[in-house]
Design a protein around this ligand. Structure first.
Ligand code: FES
Length: 198
């Protein structure tokens, strides 16, 4: 009797049954991932509660720190990565000169890296490639937040900013939609290994 029970338990799973369960599992995992990403879009994020013009720091010091570290200056409470841009680059000046801070020989931009334009994941900086790289589905953006690959529909969104009395100020009431996929004022290739799988 015990042997009969054992043999019933050990019946091999049919190929169709196996495929059916595999398909169900994959679909559930996919929907689960999508649901979490959608939920992340609705959840309040850093920066959502900030409004108006917020001084961040002395502009020239921020620019030199960004240069020295070869990394953006992070403002976590605003969901920001502050990057340096070059107003002497004609294409960059045309694309970003109107809405972003310009100082003495440098520019600063406040990228909103807390929410990837694809499905809302935070997008960290990758020191080795010198790009922003999204760990969720592999979208990548150059140092100006311009799209360089992956499923995101555009570059990173960014806040308007300016320099007043030498201080870099971010205007949290003016969130600018990221540049189109075709934007490539920086023309920056990856400078080293990627931090996420493609
Ligand atoms: S959330 Fe999908 S690539 Fe960033």
């Amino acid at each position: 009797m015990a042997d009969e029970t054992k043999s019933r338990r050990l019946q091999p799973v049919g190929r169709r049954t196996f495929l059916r369960y595999s398909l169900f599992g994959a679909t559930s995992a996919g929907l689960g991932g999508f649901g979490l990403a959608a939920l992340a879009q609705l959840w309040p994020r850093p920066g959502d509660e900030l409004t108006g013009e917020v001084p961040i720091g002395v502009a020239a010091e921020l620019a030199s720190e960004i240069d020295g570290e070869r990394a953006p200056y992070r403002v976590p409470e605003g969901g920001l990565s502050i990057v340096r841009w070059d107003p002497a680059n004609a294409a960059a000046e045309r694309a970003y000169g109107e809405d972003h801070a310009v100082g003495e020989g440098f520019g600063l931009m406040a990228l909103y890296t807390q929410a990837c334009p694809h499905l809302g994941c935070a997008v960290p900086w990758c020191q080795s490639s010198q790009w922003f790289e999204c760990p969720c589905h592999g979208s990548r953006y150059n140092r100006y937040g311009e799209w360089t690959g992956g499923p995101a529909p555009r570059g990173l969104d960014r806040y308007a900013s300016f320099i007043e009395d030498g201080v870099f100020v971010v205007d949290f009431s003016n969130l600018i939609t990221g540049p189109a996929r075709t934007a490539n004022a920086l023309e920056q290739s990856a400078e080293g290994p990627s931090c996420v799988d493609a």
